[in-house]
Design a protein around this ligand. Structure first.
Ligand code: PMM
Length: 284
């Protein structure tokens, strides 16, 4: 068993079957390519594959349900058939239920059930786990709502309320995973403040998932990002390295899992973190 597995942090590998996601848009629209990419991520150490058919990037258009299910269901079914734990990344209750019927074991809703009033009850009626993300409104105008007194405390209070709402809808709270919604209704500074105060959310009790992968706020912290107004956007490789660091820091803050594009880099980073913490030695 690898040290990363010994630690037990769940690595959720991202497969976006969308034409317009900001870092991998269009690459995995074809189901065959999406499936083979997912299998690669599992080989790299992903414990869960998160399949999404609608981009959540700021300003993205909503996708009709028929198109979303057309994109995701063949991929979900093919992976589930192979025994892979699949999560469906959707804000749409109909898509969520169809994906669970096709074998998904987790519903990942960045809106925490707010985008679709049927979501909580629909997922409660299945046996799937539910990733409940912190969200204050659609990506088209999410920055208009980015006002917090203390972002980590406010997000924790709002997620605690959504958790109660999920319970009222019939969901056992042990099935809920909370996600601080990095990049959703938060500025770069607020994302960093949220991560700095992640312990508040972890202290609430449920499992916590953190999604920082390749997000723009990471680049604000890279040493040369502010050196010049014309500084180029850091490459995917640099954003993946930054993501691997946040994976370790999230794990250290008590997160249950991390949602990433580059699974191998996060797996290695978690292995190094485990070796540092335990002083373990091993031979390959
Ligand atoms: N971020 C994105 C999409 N889905 N799901 C969860 N649970 N947490 C996130 O932070 C999250 C998510 C946006 O990123 P992408 O376009 O790279 O998938």
């Amino acid at each position: 068993m690898s040290p990363a597995n010994t630690v037990g942090t769940v690595i959720m590998g991202i497969v976006n079957t969308t034409p317009d996601s900001f870092s991998d848009g269009g690459r995995y629209l074809n189901p065959e390519r999406a499936i083979s990419h997912a299998l690669e991520l599992v080989g790299d150490g992903a414990g869960v594959i998160d399949v999404g058919g609608e981009s959540t990037r700021p300003g993205a258009e909503r996708v009709p349900t028929a198109e979303e299910t057309r994109r995701v269901l063949p991929v979900v079914a093919a992976l589930a058939e192979r025994g892979i734990v699949v999560s469906i990344d959707t804000m749409n209750a109909e898509t969520a239920v169809a994906a669970v019927d096709a074998g998904a074991r987790i519903v990942n809703d960045v809106s925490g059930g707010l985008a679709d009033a049927d979501m909580l009850a629909a997922v409660a009626a299945t046996s799937a786990d539910f990733v409940l993300g912190h969200w204050r409104g659609p990506s088209s105008d999410m920055y208009a709502r980015a006002a917090y007194a203390d972002v980590a405390r406010d997000v924790t209070v709002e997620l605690a309320e959504r958790l109660r709402e999920a319970a009222r809808a019939g969901m056992d709270p042990s099935r809920v995973v909370l996600d601080p919604g990095i990049g959703f209704g938060k500025t770069a500074e607020q994302n960093w403040a949220m991560l700095a105060g992640l312990e508040h959310l972890v202290a609430l009790g449920p499992r916590v998932l953190v999604g920082t992968s390749r997000k723009r706020f990471l680049t604000a912290a890279l040493s040369d990002a502010s050196a010049s107004a014309s500084a180029e956007v850091p490459s995917v490789a640099r954003r993946d390295a930054a993501t691997a660091v946040t994976s370790v820091l999230a794990e250290r803050a008590g997160a249950w899992g991390v949602r990433v594009h580059d699974v191998a880099a996060t797996r290695d980073a978690l292995a190094i973190s485990a070796a540092w913490r335990t002083g373990a030695s091993w031979t390959a």
